[in-house]
Design a protein around this ligand. Structure first.
Ligand SMILES: [Zn+2]
Length: 253
């Protein structure tokens, strides 16, 4: 049996229910043009799957802006500010955990957003992707006042709007196994995770409207990562009841 059967079987269930399975794709840690970034954008272009690049404001520059000009379908999200860990060594890494004063973190995030908007203009969606997918609960209600419309972390969202004026759309399937190998997680495991999220949506065990978010990190991809993404896009693009959303569309879901 193919590793992909789990996804095919679940998508057949969606089909029988007359429903369209929505997905979106977020890739983290972009700073500058690299061969891996070119490969990522080429993949997005080839399969017409919108890529949402979460870009580190303090590390990004004009070279990245220029590299994206030919690809209007590539959107930019804000990946923290400098991707620095401010948590003590006995806690999980976080740039925006409850380790610093709220006003310092707010000023940093606002500065980062202005920097990205100045560089990428309309291509920049004011959506915060906190590094390591962690953010202090107390910072979330402040985000709209800093200019953010959206927030994206990992795992099914609890609410589509975690604070007035703010929407949330998360990712659910990370193609890298950070806990052990720090490389490709394997097609069988990923197919199981994708079908599990789709199944939970179909059964309304999680927010059914939240698109299934695929998370990648182009800078650490090996050949297996690239092959998996290519196969996922090719296979889902063949199906009538699958839709890949842009980040803006995902945020409105
Ligand atoms: Zn990151």
């Amino acid at each position: 049996m193919s590793d992909w059967n789990a996804i095919d079987a679940e998508l057949d269930c969606w089909s029988r229910a007359g429903r369209v399975a929505t997905f979106w794709w977020r890739d983290d840690d972009a700073c500058e043009p690299t061969p891996a970034l070119s490969r990522l954008i080429a993949l997005s272009d080839r399969y017409r799957v919108a890529i949402s690049l979460s870009v580190i404001p303090a590390k990004a520059g004009d070279a990245l802006r220029d590299a994206l000009i030919p690809y209007p379908a590539a959107n930019v999200l804000q990946h923290g500010f400098a991707h620095l860990n401010h948590a003590p060594s006995n806690e999980k890494s976080a740039e925006y955990g409850a380790h610093r004063a709220a006003r310092i973190m707010s000023a940093e995030l606002e500065h980062g957003l202005m920097r990205l908007q100045g560089m990428f203009e309309k291509r920049c969606l004011p959506l915060l992707v906190p590094p390591w997918n962690r953010i202090s609960e107390s910072l979330i209600p402040v985000l709209p006042s800093l200019g953010f419309l959206g927030l994206s972390v990992f795992r099914p969202r609890c609410s589509s709007s975690p604070a007035p004026g703010l929407r949330q759309v998360n990712t659910h399937v990370d193609i890298i196994d950070w806990r052990s190998s720090r490389s490709f997680k394997g097609t069988a495991r990923l197919a199981a995770e994708i079908s599990a999220h789709l199944s939970a949506r179909r059964r309304k065990e999680v927010d059914a409207r939240e698109p299934t978010g695929i998370l990648s990190h182009h800078l650490v991809h090996d050949d297996d990562c690239w092959r998996f993404l290519q196969q996922l896009f090719a296979r889902t693009r063949e199906r009538e009841n699958v839709q890949w959303l842009t980040a803006a569309e995902a945020l409105e879901s």
